[in-house]
Design a protein around this ligand. Structure first.
Ligand code: G3P
Ligand code: MG
Length: 235
């Protein structure tokens, strides 16, 4: 069965940078992911005040020294905050400049207020400047936003994010022309992997941190994992 083929490549994706080692969604985190040898890095993007910013939550308290919702602040105010170890909340452009094609980037669209269109504008330019298409993927739980992105930048690979298994679980991925299913570890099993592979979809699983679970993911044939500890998966 293809899903159990041990020779299949196993992609280690640093989750929100390398969240186990450095503040999430910061340039320091991307440096850490690069140093640890991650193959890809994942980060979350939100559109606020006309700017694309890297942030997971809709509120500031958990990851910064700010208070309230991001959309209650201007870009200038957000940039004065400490996102951990003195880091600013980065822009998409800053993240891409730092990573500079050295490893793949998985850009997760977190807001659905035109984020897909704004990211498409940036990425079309970045790809025109030479960023290889096999080192970039855009994903989202918000499939209509992903659809909008795909409409504007159909050449850029996309991944459908799932935190459950809908009845027609693969239908949306096929309809969107996605290259992968990015699915929570709670819902992964070998039947789903085999079915995805039969449809030419890769399967990436989030967020896998325990060494035993990393070993299990490799054994059941997933194509890669999002992990806060890329070093554990590469050991
Ligand atoms: O993209 C994989 C994973 O990051 C999705 O969940 O909540 O960590 O953004 P979350
Ligand atoms: Mg994410």
């Amino acid at each position: 069965m293809e899903s159990n083929n041990p020779s299949r490549e196993f992609t280690v994706i640093g989750h929100r940078g390398a969240r186990g080692h450095a503040p999430e969604n910061t340039l320091l985190g991307f440096d850490a992911a690069l140093c640890l040898g991650a193959h890809w890095v994942e980060f979350d993007v939100q559109l606020h005040d006309g700017e694309l910013l890297l942030m997971h939550d809709l509120r500031l308290e958990r990851t910064t020294n700010g208070k309230g919702r991001l959309d209650e602040h201007t870009f200038a105010q957000l940039r004065t905050l400490d996102a951990g170890k003195g880091q600013q909340i980065p822009t998409l452009q800053e993240a891409l400049s730092l990573i500079d094609q050295r490893i793949g980037v998985n850009i997760e669209l977190k807001t659905w207020n035109g984020t897909g269109a704004a990211v498409a504008n940036v990425l079309r330019e970045v790809v025109a400047q030479g960023w290889p298409l096999d080192k970039i993927q855009v994903s989202s739980f918000h499939l209509p936003e992903l659809y909008e992105f795909h409409d504007l930048a159909p050449e850029i690979p996309i991944g459908v994010l799932l935190c459950g298994v809908p009845l027609d679980w693969a239908g949306c991925a096929v309809e969107l022309g996605a290259g992968s299913l990015n699915i929570s570890d709670e819902f992964i099993d070998e039947r789903l992997i085999a079915d995805a592979h039969a449809r030419d979809l890769k399967v990436f699983v989030y967020t896998v941190n325990h060494p035993d679970e990393i070993t299990r993911m490799k054994a059941i044939g997933v194509d890669g994992i999002f992990t806060d500890y890329p070093d554990r998966a590469l050991a």
